[in-house]
Design a protein around this ligand. Sequence first.
Ligand SMILES: C[S@@+](CC[C@H](N)C(=O)[O-])C[C@H]1O[C@@H](n2cnc3c(N)ncnc32)[C@H](O)[C@@H]1O
Length: 193
Amino acid sequence: MSYKNHDHLINKIKKTGVSKTIVDAMDNLDRKDFLTKNKELAYLDRAVNSALNSQPTLVAKMIEYLDLDSINVVLELGTGSAYNAAIISQIVEYGHLTTVERIRDLYFRAQKLLEDHYNVRVVYGDATKLILPHKFDRIIITPEFNNRSVVDTLIKNNAATFCICVFQHNGALIRLTKVFDDILEEELILVKK
Ligand SMILES: C[S@@+](CC[C@H](N)C(=O)[O-])C[C@H]1O[C@@H](n2cnc3c(N)ncnc32)[C@H](O)[C@@H]1O
């Protein structure tokens, strides 16, 4: 049995008020293709197998707060199902996305799912320890790290001179805007569990 359908999910995304670019990018994808199991739950606004696949409206809001431009160079920590990566890659059509996953099977799965996305590189490893070859002007962290020093180190190692980073911390969505050595920190919304 399938609960709801794709259009139901996209209407839910529209109601969050995110940009048309994000709605269109999500509309172009079938979330079912990204789930490893419980595919009948694909069109519900909830995380499915939540360690791997986030709630769609949360995905949409995190991307909205990243304030993406088509030329951005983006780092995603936590590829998981690759759904988020497939959305972002469409928005940064002249830019680039590097997405990092530390679970080997998910890494291989994401490589396959994203093989037609010419501007995406999937990297296997622990993103908090990898040294990546360049800096990023946008960083999105999809698992919640309640140890803030992990997030701070990730930003220190990977953020370009100007960088926007969105992540969850202690049940809230946080955005950091870094300009040279100055960092503006905003608590945006509480994340419902
Ligand atoms: C909430 S899920 C990802 C959701 C996903 N981005 C989506 O599109 O729905 C979090 C993912 O982060 C991965 N992860 C957690 N810590 C990590 C780390 N230090 N480095 C790389 N990946 C990590 C997990 O294995 C998991 O697949």
